[in-house]
Design a binder for this molecule. Structure first.
Ligand SMILES: [Zn+2]
Length: 133
């Protein structure tokens, strides 16, 4: 088991990851680490407003929200907080499904809001152009 993580900012995520290192390739908005259970699987998490966020906190990196490796055989679920691994326990199928739906909802809301903003600006731009013609 990997009990602690340190942050390493990289340009590219290396092919071979070291255990206990949370790699952040900010340029590509992606973070990667080896599964904290020690199974050696590379876990990549996209970073972004509706994805994961990495903050460099005292003691080490914090990866938010939790990492649920439901697709791996180990099915480990944990949080990386202040450089420490916090085990979050197993989620039931229903809970996983609910989490997935919530994630989907969050994305929809975010992208709908963005599309809406864009339309609003387009309309304003058009209106201003007409006004000053
Ligand atoms: Zn694992």
């Amino acid at each position: 088991m990997i009990e602690s993580f340190r942050l390493e900012r990289v340009e590219y995520v290396p092919k071979t990851l070291k255990p206990g290192v949370l790699y952040v390739a900010a340029e590509f908005d992606i973070a990667a680490h080896l599964c904290a259970c020690g199974c050696g699987t590379k876990v990549t998490t996209p970073l972004g407003p509706t994805e994961w966020q990495v903050s460099d906190t005292a003691g080490g990196p914090t990866l938010d929200p939790s990492v649920g490796n439901w697709q791996l055989t180990c099915r480990s679920h944990y949080l990386i907080t202040g450089g420490k691994t916090l085990w979050a326990g197993q989620w039931s199928e229903a809970r996983i499904e609910a989490g997935r739906n919530a994630e989907q909802k969050r994305r929809e809301v975010y992208y709908t809001a963005r599309a809406h903003d864009r339309k609003w600006w387009v309309r304003l731009g058009r209106w201003l152009r007409e006004l000053f013609q």
